[in-house]
Write a protein that binds this ligand. Structure first.
Ligand code: F6R
Length: 366
């Protein structure tokens, strides 16, 4: 059932364009400039009344929620909090009847996320979820479910679940923006078009494995990696670091690029590979200058940016070129690069990619 792929994880990485198409199907219309998510039971009055959205999630799903925050705050102008599910209920959270708490979970069975949603409901919030498994506990217990259509995810390291969650976040942002009156028709149409183009652009990314093979050869013996990103690339830096830790057992940290000078810069030397997520967007200049600081201190750079960016070529040891896409969907494209970095390093090291030690596919204890 690996369909000729060496690992389920690789098969699932390559499946992403198709699963994103499945997730968007029937929900978006460029012609009408509309996103329809009737399963969430949202209408203008209820969306106008929302005081804030709180995402609760764990692991990779938590990083998807962080990307969702950028999308929703920018395009729907609703305040969004993102909380680790395991922290949420011990914080004595402030939620009202107008707060919508959204669980994000591939499996729908993660104990911490379920407990956070139960707590939110007990406090009077309305609960929704973004979930991949039909009729899972989290799906059954939520007031509304937005299903991702990633299909069964076998590899323990989450890949297609994440990108379909991002597609769901994108649709949710547009839908909320329209109901809230924050998003004009033309803008909505552009964002929908951006989402619809993601699968084709991802296919372009999946054509060239050469840079990842180079990275695996050069960096598999490193003991630690730093991943840097700003704005909506910051959660992708964190996700990239998580993927590397999980399957290659190499320590890695994802950091906001702007925070580097507040501490982690002390780590930089010739031994430390630094993965910089630097596609052209509103924070490009700042991130590029962080990259130059790393270079000046002798760090080894793997830059993930636009394929025609000669500035990156000048500073980086390896450049992974991304196709040009609107900022709204850049995380869906750049994450494929960090998934493939982790995969190729782990495969080079010969670890058990699909069943990493100590990990379970769904964590049903708190
Ligand atoms: C990472 C990974 C885990 C899960 C986390 C949440 O690759 O698989 O971090 O993302 O355990 O799981 P779900 O989304 O099923 O609630």
């Amino acid at each position: 059932e690996k369909q000729g792929y060496k690992h389920f994880m690789l098969k699932e990485i390559f499946e992403q364009p198709a699963r994103i198409i499945d997730t968007l199907r029937g929900r978006v219309s460029v012609e009408r400039g509309e996103v329809n998510l009737p399963e969430l039971g949202l209408d203008e009055a209820s969306v106008q009344a929302i005081d804030k959205l709180v995402f609760v999630a764990c692991g990779t799903s938590y990083f998807a929620a962080q990307v969702g925050r950028y999308m929703i705050e920018q395009h729907a102008r609703i305040p969004v909090e993102v909380e680790l599910a395991s922290e949420f209920r011990y914080r004595d959270p402030i939620v009202s009847n107008n707060t919508v708490v959204i669980g994000v979970s591939q499996s729908g069975e993660t104990a911490d996320t379920l407990a956070a949603l139960r707590e939110a409901r007990a406090l009077g919030a309305r609960t929704l979820c973004i979930c991949n498994v039909i009729e899972s506990t989290i799906a059954r217990e939520s007031d509304g479910v937005l299903y991702t259509h990633a299909g069964p995810e076998i590899g323990v390291a989450s890949t297609k679940a994440f990108t379909t969650q991002l597609a769901a976040m994108g649709m949710l942002a547009i839908c909320l923006g329209q109901l809230r009156g924050a998003l004009g028709e033309e803008q909505a149409r552009e964002l929908i078009e951006a989402l619809r183009q993601v699968p084709a652009e991802m296919e372009v990314m999946l054509r060239d494995m050469a840079p990842y093979e180079t990275i695996a050869r050069q960096f598999s013996r490193s003991h630690s990696f730093l991943y840097l990103g700003r704005g909506n690339q910051f959660p992708i830096a964190a996700e990239g670091a998580l993927k590397l830790k999980e399957i290659s057992y190499i320590h890695a940290e994802g950091y906001a690029a702007g925070e580097m000078k507040h501490g982690p810069i002390a780590l930089i030397d010739k031994q430390l590979p630094v993965v910089v997520l630097c596609p052209r967007n509103r924070v490009y200049e700042k991130t590029a200058s962080n990259l130059e600081e790393v270079r000046a201190r002798g760090g080894r750079i793997i830059a993930i940016g636009n394929q025609d960016d000669s500035r990156l070529e000048a500073f980086a040891d390896v450049v992974i070129g991304l196709p040009e896409v609107p900022e709204f969907v850049q995380p869906l494209i750049s994450v494929v690069a960090v998934q493939l970095i982790a995969y190729h390093i782990a495969d080079f090291k010969g670890t058990d990619v699909d069943q990493p030690r100590n990990l379970a596919k769904s964590v049903t204890v708190e």
